[in-house]
Ligand binder design. Structure first.
Ligand SMILES: [Zn+2]
Length: 71
């Protein structure tokens, strides 16, 4: 196994304005969206991801720098 992993991406509920510490992590925006969709449904009273939410999530996605903070 090489140490050069694909860079993970993360998005948090906090980033889309929810007071919740959930963080989704994955390698693609589609995977993150799917995790968020499921989490919002299960943990936020059946909240659904409408196009506006989807846009918020996509904009909030950040590269996970493995412990290094972006400037
Ligand atoms: Zn949440």
């Amino acid at each position: 196994m090489s140490t050069a992993k694909p860079r993970a991406k993360t998005v948090r509920c906090l980033d889309i304005g929810l007071k919740c510490l959930f963080q989704a992590r994955g390698e693609s925006a589609a995977g993150l969206l799917e995790q968020m969709r499921r989490h919002l449904r299960e943990a936020h009273d059946g909240m659904t991801v409408v196009p506006t939410t989807e846009r918020l999530i996509k904009r909030a996605i950040k590269d996970d720098r493995w412990g290094r903070f972006a400037p």
